[in-house]
Design a protein around this ligand. Structure first.
Ligand code: SF4
Ligand code: SF4
Length: 110
């Protein structure tokens, strides 16, 4: 459940709210993410089965540049990329250092 970008989908509030089908959790996550990312995210947009699932994805993750880049290169995650750390990924891990740490750990295994 590690996303292409290094985020841990298993621990993600959107996935947890979706799995529990809990609208209060969706509302709480929407408010938290709206604050964190300076965007207007609604509770009904908090639906996600995980970055690598075939199911529904949170719109931002579905449109994610890093995700589509990994898919186009047929890579399991950015740590397996010969351009690691590219500027796009560097910008992202500044906002999500936990994803950067996960990729660093994966890097040691590739
Ligand atoms: S793909 Fe879904 S579960 Fe994974 S980080 Fe994004 S919103 Fe969370
Ligand atoms: S080019 Fe960047 S975003 Fe694309 S797979 Fe490589 S490290 Fe990830």
């Amino acid at each position: 459940m590690i996303a292409y970008c290094g985020l841990n989908c298993k621990a993600c509030d959107a996935l947890l709210a979706t799995q529990a089908n809990d609208n209060a959790m969706r509302e709480k996550t929407a408010q938290k993410w709206s604050r964190l990312y300076g965007a207007a995210i609604r509770a009904d947009q908090i639906n996600c089965q995980g970055c690598k699932s075939d199911g529904q994805k949170f719109f931002h993750c579905a449109d994610c540049q890093i995700r589509s880049c990994c898919l186009s290169k047929n890579l399991p995650h950015c740590a397996a990329c010969d351009q690691y750390v590219c500027p796009t990924l560097a910008g992202f891990v500044k906002l999500a250092p936990e994803a950067g740490k996960a990729l660093e750990a994966l890097r040691e295994t590739v």
